[in-house]
Design a protein around this ligand. Structure first.
Ligand code: ADP
Length: 464
């Protein structure tokens, strides 16, 4: 491709992560010529590079170790330690396996090309791809902006001394052993999950959160159920405004203000987990397209103000989760195939979210807090894991399933789970809520025994 004569495609995606490649495959299989551009030069974005997949590879080992310790305490298994460097190698192996899998999927798909480089929007139908000294112009009938998000670095003096999730979860990460002590700045899902894993691996962990609850923004009742289950593993300080990070012998000192007093906590390492922000590609605003509080402005059809320019995934900040990006990407693909006429829409209310702490917490749809805020009449049904056979088998009996039904119709509008198998259970609850199943329908479903999912039908039976 030369800069003088732009190569032409039907669709170009800026980024090759969850917001981009599902549309890429769908459209290429429908016969459109698609180019995906990503500086990583590989498909699947930050989820596989440093997010969901590698963090869960680490998480499952921490979970395994925690279970092992519990069984050891009961004399069922031998004591054993953990070799964190090998855990990291396993994580790397999973990442490399998946990269290879994606590469062969790509190879097998005609009409779909992946270009390594950074994309810049030149005009409504032209994108420039920069790779090293090369500059290629590509003209495209449609553009899908799926440039994702990046780690936020608040202007705290000394923030550059901190590690980020990238140092732990990227391929061949800089962190390959467990620090004796870890301070985590931020009790969002990334900070809290990592705190939970490293506490299980034996680090002394302190989490500092500026606001008055962990997992700000998530249902308070769910968080209130989770917090005491996490409390034995690590300390959390709420209302802690970090003012400075300083070097000191053997590690770092984090200074913060809480309840009007200056305090500090020391750690061998400090993890900065103060959120992520959307990455808006160069040239986006110059098209007259706007970026709001969450990210790039889009309609539920994933269209920007220019109907042929779509913005999917973390870049629009609506629901910054991989599986939401995938759904949004497919919405964009369908609307492109319909000639940019909206025929499919993203529904934010039907996206499950799991915080993979030990134990995990998960939610979907309208839960108690939101129902109260919207003055919606809902009926609650609950099931405590204390009496659940699978929870008893593992000795993980904390937490519960809570379901919310619209009063009158008794249709499921949402739910949350704290405790065993939360990340799986929310899938069944989410499917039921997305299809507005009734308490009667859930009650009549013979959920499997002895699996934690039987709690869903048991909870529903309490209402009908
Ligand atoms: P999402 O799930 O929202 O798609 P990801 O983080 O998985 O988000 O993927 C976004 C991808 O976009 C990342 O791999 C990132 O490297 C890429 N990206 C960011 N900015 C640009 C750009 N200007 N040109 C091309 N790719 C970009």
């Amino acid at each position: 491709m030369s800069a003088a004569s732009p190569a032409a495609v039907d669709v170009i995606t800026i980024g090759a992560g969850g917001g981009a490649y599902p549309a890429g495959f769908h459209l290429a299989r429908a016969g459109l010529r698609v180019a995906m551009v990503d500086p990583k030069g590989v498909m699947s974005g930050n989820c596989l590079a440093e997010g969901c997949v590698p963090s869960k590879a680490v998480r499952e080992m921490a979970h395994h170790l925690e279970r092992h310790r519990r069984f050891h305490a009961r004399g069922m298994v031998d004591a054993s330690g953990i070799d964190y460097a090998r855990v990291v190698r396993h994580k790397d192996w999973v990442q490399e396996l998946r990269y290879a899998q994606h590469a062969s999927e790509l190879e097998e798909t005609p009409n779909l090309a992946l270009l390594g480089g950074r994309a810049r929007i030149v005009d409504e139908h032209t994108v420039q791809v920069e790779a090293g000294d090369r500059r290629d112009l590509i003209s495209a009938r449609r553009i899908i902006v799926a440039s994702g998000s990046d780690i936020s670095r608040p202007p705290i003096p000394g923030a550059e001394l901190c590690i980020t999730s990238r140092d732990i979860y990227a391929l061949r990460p800089t962190v390959d052993r467990v620090p004796a002590s870890l301070v985590v700045i931020g009790a969002g899902y990334i900070g809290l999950e990592t705190a939970s894993f490293f506490a299980a691996f034996g680090a002394r962990v302190t989490v500092l959160e500026m606001l008055d609850q962990i997992l700000p923004g998530l249902d308070r009742d769910m968080v209130g159920t989770l917090a005491p289950l996490l409390a034995p593993a690590f300390e959390t300080v709420l209302g802690a405004q970090v003012t400075r990070v300083e070097r000191m012998p053997g590690g770092l000192r984090v200074r913060y203000r809480a309840q009007g007093r200056e305090r500090h906590v020391d750690g061998e390492q400090v993890l900065l987990a103060a959120g992520r922000h959307p990455v808006i590609p160069d040239g986006f605003r110059e098209l007259g397209l706007t970026v709001g509080r969450l990210g790039a402005d889009v309609s539920p059809a994933m269209q920007t103000a220019l109907p042929h320019v779509y913005a999917c995934g973390d870049v629009n900040g609506r629901t910054p989760l991989f599986h939401a990006a995938v759904r949004q990407s497919l919405v964009a693909a369908r609307n492109i195939l319909a000639g940019d006429r909206p025929t499919d829409y993203f529904d934010r209310s039907a996206v499950p979210t799991t915080v993979f702490t030990l134990p995990a917490a998960a939610c979907v749809g309208v839960t108690g807090g939101e129902a109260r805020a919207r003055a919606m009449d809902v009926l609650e049904a609950s099931y405590a894991f204390e009496g659940d056979s699978r929870a008893q088998i593992f000795g993980e009996m904390g937490g519960e399933i809570r379901l919310f039904f619209e009063a009158g119709s008794l249709r499921l509008v949402g739910g949350w789970v704290v405790g065993i198998d939360a990340g799986n259970l929310i899938g069944e609850i989410g499917t039921a809520a997305a299809h507005r199943l009734t308490a009667r329908q859930l009650a009549d479903f013979p959920d499997q025994h002895p699996m934690a999912s039987e709690g869903i039908s048991k909870a529903a039976r309490s209402l009908v």
